[in-house]
Design a protein around this ligand. Structure first.
Ligand code: XMP
Length: 305
């Protein structure tokens, strides 16, 4: 286990040396890796760090506001690209095609914005396990697609390249980042798109964003799962008021895991499950039923696509 305080000192010195007087650009998602990277670089080079947060329109409720507040003291570029991402997803139902469309869009938006700021260095939150997973080449945003950036950077800086996730969390602590960032659940790069089966539409994203918010509200603090969320898995009949409706089916997923490679469903008391179901159907009129996913990984994956 790395000594977090020493690491912070060393990383800041290293960033200073490798950046010199250049400007540095990075994609900040608000997850622990990119947040730690941003905090280190902000200490090292101040406002010559230009973090870019791309709002894909597929983020969780409150995420963009949260980022703005958390990183309000640094020169954060918030790019509202929701229409662009939803446009790229239109008509796509195949999970891989959806992922590729999002990955590609992400890279192109980032390229466009990075060019505007004229930075020649790229900072990335790549951690040791990411390097093992994909050797060679510049991973411009390993979270989303691994597509290359078509920009010539003179330097790519990866301060977390030798750290494991738990070490990154320790460094977040040493940097005094909020606990909320330090212990943040993983959230997939393609966002809520992998939590909507089939075609992604604005309406479905709005429904699942709200359901996901309720699931997290009910489960995160109480059970501290490795990951929990809601997914939109289809349509079914229901009755609301005096009417039979054709409404959304929402699945709740809550798992414990060590590294995401395998996972076990959380043993949640039945009363809590029923309360979550009641809240979701009451608060979101177009949801007809709620189910709890009891499948381990394997055979299921954690996400739905
Ligand atoms: P699966 O669904 O494969 O997920 O069991 C394992 C872990 O990885 C996350 N995940 C992703 N993270 N980009 C990411 O950054 C992705 O495309 C992606 N797909 C899955 C998932 O949330 C879980 O923590």
């Amino acid at each position: 286990m790395v000594n977090a305080e020493k690491f912070v000192e060393k990383a800041i010195a290293e960033i200073k040396t490798s950046v010199g007087s250049e400007k540095v650009v990075m994609a900040l998602s608000g997850g622990v890796d990119s947040s730690v990277c941003a905090a280190l670089a902000a200490r090292a080079i101040g406002d010559r760090l230009i973090p870019i947060y791309i709002d894909t329109g597929l983020m969780r409720k409150g995420e963009t506001e949260r980022i703005k507040t958390l990183f309000g003291n640094i020169q954060l570029q918030v790019i509202d690209a929701g229409d662009e991402f939803l446009g790229a997803l239109k008509g796509l139902t195949d999970p891989e095609a959806k992922r590729m469309a999002i990955g590609e869009r992400f890279i192109r938006v980032f390229e466009r914005e990075a060019k505007k700021v004229g930075a020649r260095c790229l900072l990335q939150g790549t951690i040791y396990p990411d390097r093992i997973e994909s050797e060679g080449g510049i991973k411009s945003h390993h979270n989303v697609g691994g597509m290359p950036l078509q920009i010539e950077f003179t330097k790519v800086i990866e301060p977390l390249r030798d750290l494991y996730k738990d070490e990154v969390r320790a460094v977040a602590g040493a940097l005094g980042l909020p606990k909320e960032i330090q212990h943040r659940m993983p959230f997939p790069g393609p966002g809520l798109a992998v939590r909507v089966l089939g075609e992604v539409t604005r309406e479905k994203v709005a429904v699942i964003r709200e359901a996901n918010w309720i699931a997290e509200d009910e489960l995160v603090e109480k059970y501290q799962p490795w990951q929990c969320f809601a997914a939109l898995i289809g349509l079914g009949t229901g009755v609301k008021g005096d009417n039979r409706i054709h409404g959304w089916i929402v699945a709740i997923r809550a798992v414990n895991s060590r590294d995401g490679m395998t996972a076990d469903p959380l043993n949640i008391p039945f009363e809590d499950l029923v309360r979550i179901g009641s809240r979701i159907t009451a608060e979101i009129p177009s949801v007809a039923r709620v189910v709890y996913d009891i499948t381990a990984k394997p055979p299921a994956t954690i996400e739905y696509e």
